[in-house]
Design a protein around this ligand. Sequence first.
Ligand SMILES: *Cc1c(COP(=O)(O)O)cnc(C)c1O
Length: 468
Amino acid sequence: MNVFTNAASADPWAEPYKIKMVELLKKTTLEERRHAIRQAGYNTFLLRSDDVYIDLLTDSGVGAMSDRQWAGLMRGDEAYAGSANFYHLSETVTEYYSYTYTVPTHQGRGAENILSQILIKPGDHVPGNMYFTTTRLHQELAGGTFVDVIIDEAHDPASLHPFKGSVDIAKLDALVERVGAARIPYVCIATCVNMAGGQPISLDNLRQVRLWCDRHGILIIHDMTRVAENAYFIQQREQGYADKSVREIVHEICRLTDGATMSSKKDAMVNIGGFLALNDEALYEKACNLVVVYEGLHTYGGMAGRDMEALAIGITESVDDEHIRARVGQVEYLGRNLESLGVPIVLPIGGHAVFIDARATLPHIPQSQFPAQALAAALYVDAGVRVMERGVVSAGRDKQTGENIMPRLELVRLTLPRRVYTQAHMDVVVASVARVMRQADQIKGLRFTHEPEYLRFFRGRFTEIDAG
Ligand SMILES: *Cc1c(COP(=O)(O)O)cnc(C)c1O
């Protein structure tokens, strides 16, 4: 099935830039990598970057800035109050994303913290189209309970639904029935849902959510970390959008929501930063009260002036049609090549990453022995390619029972930094995955030797279980 109904896919894409500066890569030996992964407790987050050849851990903060963004750094106005770069950023957010007020934060979770504190009361429920790790934790720390309202297809790695990030309105209805609208401060809508495999929500579905929220007097808060990639998929797949620019679609998405949290380390291609964006003046006032406690003055939050300038420029570049087409095109290239080798990946291929189904790859390892964690470690050892677990380790423990949450998706994520690697790097990755697949039955399950209380996937340590 070709889900790219609108695609002008006959023409090949190419990177809409040329390379002006390079960073040399370092290769390691198999022996060195075996040692490094043991030292890291089989957790790729604990590897030293020096020991990594091709780093597909994340697309967060690792994009390559343009010469314009670097020039923007030189124009940093580092005034404590009222930096010119803040006004440039704020005007850019309004122009491209439609939101009236911008509160800069050190990164996305800084915005999530403030938002959760101003909107969530203990006992509230926050529906969302699948959880994200830091988002859910801040909701819980504020006394809320996350409720997953994404469509069932999102939990099925083989479903070819073109908009797996969409909301099941019946699940929203059931929640209101159970807890009442007064206990739902907002619906959290992520664009290009990370944990579902970089899967988009359709504009049609978002409009339905808008109507539902208006009916119940509930806000929509937009986790807009990857809104440009979502807009690209709408342009390619949703009827009526083939002739609209990504920039126009991004604006239309944002206009359907009441505010947003942004990790600008993704779409907007800066190394650090984020913001909370709001339309309501009273909420903005509350956010300003808290930002001075946790981040900094409301005109810089957690950011240097130069970083706000690079972000403002990055926003304008992120919605360029040619940029997004090449960005998603590279992910697609990696995914298609893995698929053709019979590697079980989440379909349709997402916007920022290719996700390998670890349960299908390692059927001999039960989910309680962290197959995705084990596969990520094995991939590193093979050729020095670093990837990330997105399965039971990331899902953590149930807030009430303390048991491991066993998600249906037990995945390894190969995430592509923006504008960083070439197609030849992708070929090396494909060859390495193929080698690991051929020896998959040799991979052993893992158990925790150290389990941190919060966001355990970042710093948890493991050891191999010898099956005896
Ligand atoms: C990265 C991310 C966040 C958190 O942002 P940070 O900048 O890492 O704090 C929130 N939501 C989604 C969907 C993300 O991918």
